[in-house]
Design a protein around this ligand. Structure first.
Ligand code: ZN
Length: 204
């Protein structure tokens, strides 16, 4: 068994005070700091990393935040501008000591399609390189934490599972956006259903 720790999108814009906050997103920082000192063979992180004009932004389409459109043939909910490359909002969260992270993978860079998963864009057309990287290193198990439970964490876990990795989620080191109340719990149930280990509290 070879273990990878995958920290998803722990960026200022997904914390309270940011453009697209997960409620309580700041509460996971001490937990994330603890996780990155843990016993994993590889520690990687991802960044949502959008160009200033992006198809997932309501502003791009002169529409309201939360509206749904068809983007590149698939349904897309429209978000506030967030995690724009080079801005403070796209930086790793203040207070997170991320120097133990050995590689960062970027997603959402193509303006014509969104990317919730840290492995593929939402149409599974293009890979971020993360899957191959983990396979080349012989990783068998992927441990996930970060933001947000009901979007990027969930889709990353489902893709990791489909790529053949055993998946584990530190749910107390994740928080959701909850566009609809209960989305976080639903996401946890969806991950559990495919066989993901749901870990509460701190790792052993
Ligand atoms: Zn995004």
């Amino acid at each position: 068994m070879k273990k990878a720790l995958l920290i998803v999108d722990v960026q200022n814009d997904f914390l309270p005070g940011g453009a697209l906050p997960a409620t309580g997103g700041d509460k996971i920082i001490p937990y994330i700091n603890k996780l990155v000192t843990g016993n994993f063979d590889i520690k990687v992180a991802t960044k949502d990393w959008h160009p200033a004009v992006h198809g997932s932004f309501a502003s791009t389409h002169h529409k309201k935040i939360g509206e749904h459109i068809l983007l590149n043939g698939i349904e897309q909910i429209l978000w506030p501008d967030h995690c724009v490359q080079g801005t403070r909002g796209a930086e790793f969260a203040s207070g997170w000591d991320h120097h133990q992270i050995e590689k960062i993978f970027y997603k959402g860079t193509d303006p014509s399609i969104d990317s919730y998963s840290t492995f593929f864009d939402n149409k599974h057309l293009r890979s971020t390189g993360l899957g191959d990287y983990l396979k080349e290193k012989g990783i068998t198990d992927v441990y996930v934490a970060g933001l947000a439970t009901d979007y990027c964490v969930k889709y990353s876990v489902l893709d990791a599972h489909h790529l053949g990795f055993k998946t584990h989620v530190f749910v107390d080191a994740c928080r959701g956006i909850n566009v609809h109340p209960g989305d976080t719990e639903k996401a946890i149930e969806e991950m559990r259903t495919v066989g993901t280990e749901i870990i509460r509290g701190l790792p052993p």
